[in-house]
Design a protein around this ligand. Sequence first.
Ligand code: ADP
Ligand code: MG
Length: 703
Amino acid sequence: MSFDATILSSPIEYLKGVGPLRADLLKKELQIFTFKDLLDHFPLRHIDKTKVNTIASVNQSMDYVQVAGTITEIVTLGENRSKRLVATLRDATGEMELVWFRGIQYIGKGIEVGRPYLVFGKPGYFNSTLQITHPEMENYTPEKAGGRSWLEPVYPSTEKLKIKSLGGRQIGKLTSGLVSSLTERDLPENLPESIVRHFGFPTRFEAYSRIHFPASEPEYKAAVDRLRFEELFIAQLRMGLIRLERHRYSKGVVFAQVGELFNTFYHQYLPFALTGAQKRVLKEIRQDMAHGRQMNRLLQGDVGSGKTMVALLAMLLAADNGFQSGLMAPTEILATQHYTGITGLLKDMPVNVALLTGSTKAAERKKILKGLAAGEIHLLIGTHALLEEKVAFQNLGLAIIDEQHRFGVEQRARLWKKAAIPPHILVMTATPIPRTLAMTAYGDLDYSIIDEMPPGRKPITTVHRYEYARASVMDFIRSEIDKGRQAYIIFPLIEESEKLDLENLMRGYENVKAFFPEPKFWISMVHGKQTPDVKETNMQRFVRHDTQIMVSTTVIEVGVNVPNASVMVIESAEKFGLSQLHQLRGRVGRGSEKSFCILLTGPQITNEARERLKTMCATNDGFLIAEKDLELRGPGDIEGTRQSGMLNFKLADIVRDKSWLDAAKQFAESVVVTDPSLQSAENLRLKAYLHSQKGKHAWSKIS
Ligand code: ADP
Ligand code: MG
């Protein structure tokens, strides 16, 4: 059996009516490269063209209307930019205007006074006159209205495409041509018969034709349901199989014993008692590593929940068993901070720790690489510099990735290759992802969660303040500094212009300086345009409490730990997403003092931004915030999931389609349990389908 073969994998330029020029645009604007991509370019909605509205019944709240009437008058009005063609359309119930700003001459010639037309478009009012701008027009004959019994698809397009005659309607024409040239053989069934029957789904071929050109609303809905289910089911099945394969076959190094290093550290140097959650997670990790198969575990824990200590203990366990570990952080600042913290904790222990980043000097680097190869370095901490091929370990047993969302799946896979038997992998993320989402996004990973904060933390008080209250906010910072505390002031990065961002930050810095003059106060500033050295120096001055205020862009977002800081001011807070706000807030509340987060905004903010600020003020719970974020933005945008490759569904939305997701999971699981090699007659099509998709996903390992 062949899936989506030959015709559907043809390059889009070969489709009738496309050609090289339009193909280029389709590729650039809509990522449509093949016939199949066009088939997967689904309509936004359908318009019922069987319905003709009376003009009297039309009002502005209607999305689209179709009216039939006679043109009674046609004139050109206005000059220059407001020059327009205005036609009056009348039916038995009333009148309305049709207006064109572009193509005036051409359209004017085509329209005849006294003739009946069928007119279609979005109604609106201008100077309290009902009108449609740039309507679609057709000659009207009564037979025509009755003769149609279909829904017309409306496709997403872009301005650029519209200019080149590839607007929604033209895309519809191309799609229509494509669909009518296809047969069942081009889109064979891929779901097991029992599933198709269970849900009463249309066949795959039917579903694809009907999602574009349904005869009725229910037919459309059934097509969408089927394709949604298919998407979710195939994704779940794939991950289920990968997981199973890993559990069954992947070899892992065995960390059989809890030894000297772990025990000594645990009993003599651990600066605090572990929380229950930390202990539980550590146990889960230990179990993974003791059983001869490779660990691939995602550790989720809110900011400040103490993931680093879990990582350190796991690395000691590796050392106890004669293996090296690597700890990888997304920024130099963070890697350096881990290094400083960990070497501090291990200073009286016989463990060699090294730091390797992009700015490690050549001589030092050489020494480190030698030490690694010789097995003399037990823990290597660093940035993605660790991934470079030259970085060769003697026997890497455990790789830990801190703050997952900056690392993609591919980078994770590169770590596997650093040892003969792939090292255990622990991925730690502070971006709380709702559980369902995590299971879907990282279904190929096992999952641990630290859902408890270390004791003694005082909740952070969060408030929203408007610009005009800036002076009192600064007074508040001063009062905290007078008590010996420190403060962060964060400025947003708006990707559109680095230059503007920097200017904005500089202005902010001068402003803060005016409130906090030297030599009584000292201010650190860190931003993305600085060299790592400068960043580091400024950061360290703040860490050492040589400066009381840190003015920065979001470079400090991830992981930085200065327990003495008690105030976080976020400038233009309306410009940040929820998870980012939460991450930033997590920089304070790390010590024993009461901490504050102040969200500063201008007077005008959107409802959605207001909702975000409200959520921040109402709760400190990262998981609640993640749920809210999901609700506000949808899963595609959730930080930490973008790279998972599992959430870019074309049709399905794992929040809205939760019940389909559950069903898909259940059916996929049952296939994984009963017929993991997909050998039964019923599952052969699944096997063939997965095979045909191989290579389309980097993480697909099914053979
Ligand atoms: P994150 O999970 O955000 O990486 P960290 O590992 O940086 O959190 O821990 C935050 C702070 O909490 C650190 O100062 C750390 O020493 C402290 N900490 C971690 N675990 C505990 C614990 N069980 N009891 C008290 N403090 C802890
Ligand atoms: Mg951390």
